[in-house]
Design a protein around this ligand. Structure first.
Ligand SMILES: Nc1ncnc2c1ncn2[C@@H]1O[C@H](COP(=O)(O)OP(=O)(O)OP(=O)(O)O)[C@@H](O)[C@H]1O
Ligand SMILES: [Mg+2]
Length: 254
């Protein structure tokens, strides 16, 4: 596998292995994500993509290897440094998980309450701007149960962006969205990366999204228990020789 040098990595993984008990998901996973890049993690269901994200933000310890974010090892950092570092990251989980009893506006304001000393009016102002970025200005006062799945995804992204994170981790942001909403989300991700220099680490299965937004990607594989591809998704589509990688990018059955 060709590995490109990354000069100014924002996220680094070196020789990462993850296991739950005796179940090794993958080993020897290494990559670097550059500032302002949209980096995509691919692979079949159950290969460990969500687990890898959770490890990167410090929720799980790797069984081997180490990772850094913005130059710091979250796993080794003292609790104050960890907290400061975590405040620079935004995460949207696969399950979305908005608080059901709070309006969208209140959901987006929550991280601002936890991590800033902004007065309430300023928190509301910031939260409204974020909802505007994802096209939900008109739904600010609705409860999660009163909106569609796609709107919930976008609200989750607005909440993840509340603190202007340097790095945004998105776990399957467009799963279950219609193609037009999904394309709108892709455009938003590209705009944020380009205009704000936000770095994205995105788990997605949507081939069109990957080709539209991904500067680079890695592909994990359950059988191989590790990475089977790394690089520019368009090049992988045109030139990959590994059968699983080819099948994925060309939508072929194996
Ligand atoms: N906390 C945990 N304890 C034990 N096993 C776990 C835990 N979390 C995940 N697993 C197992 O690890 C494997 C990988 O899970 P993970 O959620 O990372 O997969 P994924 O690649 O994100 O899949 P999907 O595409 O379906 O979201 C699965 O077999 C899962 O059952
Ligand atoms: Mg997952």
């Amino acid at each position: 596998m060709h590995r490109r040098e990354v000069r100014d990595p924002v996220v680094e993984a070196e020789g990462i292995a993850m296991a739950f008990g005796s179940n090794t998901l993958f080993r020897d996973v290494s990559f670097g994500v550059e500032r302002g890049e949209v980096f995509v993690i691919l692979g079949g269901s159950g290969c460990g993509k969500s687990t890898l994200l959770k490890m990167l933000i410090g929720l799980y310890e790797p069984t081997a290897g180490r990772s850094r974010i913005l130059g710091q090892d979250l796993h080794a950092a003292e609790s104050d440094a960890r907290r400061a570092l975590l405040a620079k990251l935004g995460v949207m989980w696969q399950s979305g998980a908005l608080f059901g009893s709070m309006t969208l506006l209140e959901n987006v304001m929550l991280p601002l309450e936890e991590h800033t000393r902004l007065p309430p009016a300023a928190r509301e102002e910031v939260a409204r701007v974020k909802l505007g970025l994802v096209g939900l200005s008109d739904a600010a006062d609705r409860l999660p149960a009163e909106i569609s799945g796609g709107m919930a995804k976008r609200a989750g992204i607005a909440r993840a962006m509340a603190l202007d994170p340097r790095v945004l981790f998105l776990d399957e942001p467009s799963a279950g969205l219609d193609p037009i909403t999904s394309a709108g989300l892709d455009q938003l991700i590209k705009d944020l990366a380009r205009d704000l220099g936000t770095t994205f680490v995105v788990v997605t299965h949507e081939l069109q999204s990957i080709l539209a937004i991904g500067d680079r990607c890695i592909m994990l594989d359950k059988q191989a228990k590790g990475m089977i591809a790394e690089g520019d998704p368009r090049e992988l589509r045109d030139h990959a020789t590994h059968p699983t990688v080819r099948a994925f990018f060309r939508r072929e059955a194996m």
